[in-house]
Design a binder for this molecule. Structure first.
Ligand code: NDP
Length: 770
């Protein structure tokens, strides 16, 4: 185009990035890529074709790793793990540092390859994906260095199987591999079928950086390769991808003892209040939903706009959409690149075409032929419409309006997901009131899509569990130094005869702050070691669980202050201590031991301990490399149920209760089945101690009957399985119903682990400056 014409039209020219180095890299590998195992590339096969989505051209052929090849990779990781752990944090830090340096040296190649393989604009891969991936390795080199001193009570898990999606191929690899290696684990990683290329360059870099053979292994393939990795003898599975595959993995790993973290889908709200800086909010929205063609798990794909400014906002947004440039991802002046694959494009098209609600607006901008989809806005939707609820995973924004902040929160939280949320307002008081109320693992205030290695990222509800990044991310790649022994199974005593008391006292369940008869109307006789009848304990059933969880959901305990929670825990301790003799006698009578008084004193002590922690288990302000504070707030995980152990009938009940209450959770305690009477007695202590109704519920009866219902219950966020592996498996097998967290407990005195299990980090990002 002649310069004269350009001055007239002010049109952008093209600014193509050179692809030759990336293509040469592929040619140097014979046009074929395959697994990287034990420090070397294995011979590759042309089983699958890797294409450039922008042009459809073949980039390379790829090996579809078989089960045996996955096993070989896991064996290599297993063999390398002890030495890698023994090498120590400082040695690992140097390797991670070398990885970061080498990635920096090859940053351009990585960025070009990422855009060729995934279709994302080079502007994004060059300025966001690759720098963030590098930052992850630098940051975790530091964590490796600090591990011996800062995390001296934790050790590596062992071999980690890691499965990543196609939307941020190298960044997801970095999020998975850097913390795993820092903590002394070895890894087998499976990149997505569509986008394995940068993982292959990373493998090359591992060899250059002196990563010992077997520490990093990469297996290529499709979903079947991922499934084989899930089945392999690994110690952990870390998965990022769709909620449906995450659910399958949760079911497949049930009862295997494998640690699990899931980073799944989202339908994140983008809330704009009427006092927002509208132009900034429009620009933020461009990043929220058209970054990476909307193929982002935390995309701000649900616009909630204050009714008073909706028309103005939509008009400005449409004007901005019309200016977005769609085209060749390797053109440096392109805003929106290619959709990752024709199959993904078809899914986006099908979802939009099936929608009949609202008004659909496609950006009035040229869209090239092929795997491209125009930025799209659908306004006037009802919160219950399919497209307001389902993840589209494409450049499609849906919009609805609200009138009050309370309504905005209600609509925002009306989702099965809980990954991220964005809010725009010039009123900091409003922002800081709303941010904690949003059900999301990450909240951005007057900004969007901010990420950093120091700040945890992850979701809640069906967006998964576990955090990636920061100190909190290290939990998922380490475990307490002292292994937790499997609790011994206790057989209930049998006997016959009448109770020693002359007045019959019928123990009841404790639900919603009241003594409650069991729904089924059955109870069981409890005998002492000499066969004497001690009393009857009610047998709870599925409906009693339902009632207890309903009471939990209504109790509002999570909104109380740490100070109030401490006061109530102290009051419980006070009232229990006053009844020491009664409880000690009950415990000795049930178990035949003489340590009842000791156990009561320990229970009082644990109540004091968690009362002490209630206003001291704090979050952090993260040091992120930008003008922003990232607040890591500890939020309660929500509604917990616990299967209590038989070992210490009172202490085993009071410990999970105190830890849960301390961190702002409500809890339903399924008491020890052979020794339930200390629990039913304890309900009187709860009644006398100002514990609000529904915060603690106590059920008795065979735990094996209750466990499956706890696992499947949609209202429970977490089940603590403290009574052994068998019931853990029962619960885990059903926990995928709502992607529930399942935790197997920690040593009595490992307070940090109990407190961590009761909380999840919410990261609230607040940029500052004009
Ligand atoms: P998947 O969940 O299918 O894929 C994620 C990863 O898991 C890939 O490496 C995939 O392998 C692998 N995988 C697939 N099936 C299994 C299995 N049974 N066991 C173990 N691993 C498996 O996501 P898709 O890539 O198919 O995308 C589908 C939808 O998922 C998208 O439309 C989007 O909604 C969502 N998604 C969410 C992401 C997020 O970050 N939360 C990221 C990507 C997708 P392979 O790719 O080789 O099939």
């Amino acid at each position: 185009m002649p310069i004269e014409t350009i001055f007239d039209t002010m049109e952008y020219g093209t600014a193509p990035e050179d692809r030759s180095v990336a293509l040469q890299w592929i040619a140097n590998h014979g046009g074929l890529i395959g697994p990287y195992v034990n420090g070397a590339f294995a011979p590759a096969r042309d089983d699958l074709t890797i294409r450039n989505p922008a042009t459809g051209e073949k980039l390379a052929g790829m090996t579809l790793c078989t089960k045996d090849e996955v096993t070989e990779a896991v064996q290599s990781a297993r063999a390398a793990q002890p030495d890698w752990q023994k090498a120590g944090g400082a040695a690992r830090a140097r390797v991670l540092y070398a990885l970061a340096r080498l990635m920096q040296k090859h940053a351009r190649l990585l960025a070009v390859m990422e855009s060729l393989d995934n279709g994302k604009p080079i502007r994004e891969s060059r300025d966001i994906d690759i720098p963030l991936a590098i930052r992850h390795f630098y940051h975790h080199a530091g964590h490796a260095q600090l591990m011996p001193s800062a995390l001296s009570d934790r050790v590596a898990l062992g071999v980690c199987g890691q499965i990543i999606p196609w939307n941020f191929p190298l960044l997801m690899l970095a999020w998975k591999i850097a913390p795993a290696l820092a903590m002394g684990n070895t890894v087998v990683l499976k990149p997505a079928e569509y986008t394995p290329m940068t993982a292959m360059i990373f493998a090359d870099i591992c060899s250059q950086a002196g990563v010992p053979p077997g520490v990093v292994n990469i297996v290529t393939g499709d979903g079947s390769t991922g499934a084989a990795l899930v089945d392999a003898t690994v110690d952990k599975i870390a998965f990022t991808g769709s909620t449906s595959v995450g659910r399958q993995i949760q079911e497949a790993t049930a009862g295997s003892g494998k640690s699990l973290t899931l980073e799944l889908g989202g339908k994140s709200p983008y809330i704009v209040f009427d006092d927002a800086d509208i132009d900034s909010a429009v620009e933020g929205l461009v990043d929220a939903i058209w970054f990476n063609q909307g193929q982002v798990c935390c995309a701000g794909s649900r616009l909630l706009i204050h009714e008073a400014i909706a028309d103005d906002f939509h008009n400005r947004l449409k004007a901005r959409m019309d200016k977005l440039r769609i085209g060749d991802p390797l053109d440096k002046s392109i805003d929106v690149g290619a959709i990752v694959d024709p199959i993904q494009l078809q899914q986006i098209q099908a979802l939009v075409q099936a929608n009949t609600a609202g008004q659909t607006y496609h950006a009035q901008t040229p869209v090239p032929e092929g795997c491209f989809y125009p930025p799209t806005l659908i306004t006037g939707l009802h919160p219950a419409d399919t497209l307001m609820q389902e993840e589209i995973f494409g450049p499609v924004l849906v919009s609805t309006t609200f009138r009050t902040p309370a309504e905005a929160v209600e609509i925002a939280n009306n989702s099965k997901y809980g990954l991220a949320a964005t809010l725009w307002t010039e009123n900091i008081n409003l922002a800081l009131e709303i941010a904690p109320k949003l059900v999301a693992g990450v909240v951005w205030v007057n900004a969007t899509n901010l990420f950093d290695a120091a700040a945890g990222f992850g979701g809640t509800r069906e967006s998964g569990f576990g955090r990636e990044g920061g100190w909190e991310g290290l939990q998922a790649y380490s475990k307490p130094r002292q292994p937790l022994p499997e609790p011994a199974q206790v057989t209930p005593f049998t006997g016959q005869g009448a109770a020693a008391d002359d007045i019959d006292r019928t123990a009841k369940l404790f639900i919603g702050g009241k003594q409650a008869r069991p729904d089924g109307g059955y109870s069981q006789a409890i005998f002492g070691p000499k066969g004497q009848l001690l009393g009857h304990a009610p047998i709870a059933n599925r409906k009693d669980i339902r009632n207890a969880v309903q009471a939990q959901l209504a109790c509002g305990w999570g909104k109380t202050t740490g100070h109030l929670r401490a006061q109530i825990l102290y009051y419980l301790a006070e009232n229990l201590a006053a009844q020491t003799n009664r409880f000690a006698e009950r415990l000795d009578a049930m178990t035949g031991s003489t340590t009842g008084a000791e156990e009561v004193r320990a229970a009082v002590d644990i109540l004091f301990t968690y009362a002490a922690w209630a206003d001291k288990f704090e979050g952090r302000a993260k040091s992120v490399p930008m003008r922003a504070v990232a607040l890591a707030m500890r939020e309660p995980v929500g509604t917990i149920a616990a299967l209590c152990s038989d070992q210490h009938p009172l202490l085993g009940l009071v410990t999970p209760m105190a830890a849960a209450l301390c961190t702002g959770n409500s809890i339903t305690l399924c008491a020890s089945a052979p020794f339930p009477l200390a629990a039913t007695d304890f309900s009187h202590i709860l009644e006398a101690s100002d514990v609000p109704a529904g915060v603690v519920n106590i059920l008795t009866g065979p735990q094996a009957d209750l466990a499956p219902h706890l696992g499947a219950h949609m209202g429970l966020d977490t089940v603590w399985c403290l009574s052994g592996a068998e019931l853990t498996q029962e619960v885990q097998a059903r926990a995928s119903s709502n992607i529930k967290r399942v935790w197997q407990g920690a040593a009595q005195d490992d307070h940090d682990s109990w407190l961590d299990a009761g909380t999840e980090i919410k990261t609230i990002w607040i940029p500052y400056g004009e």
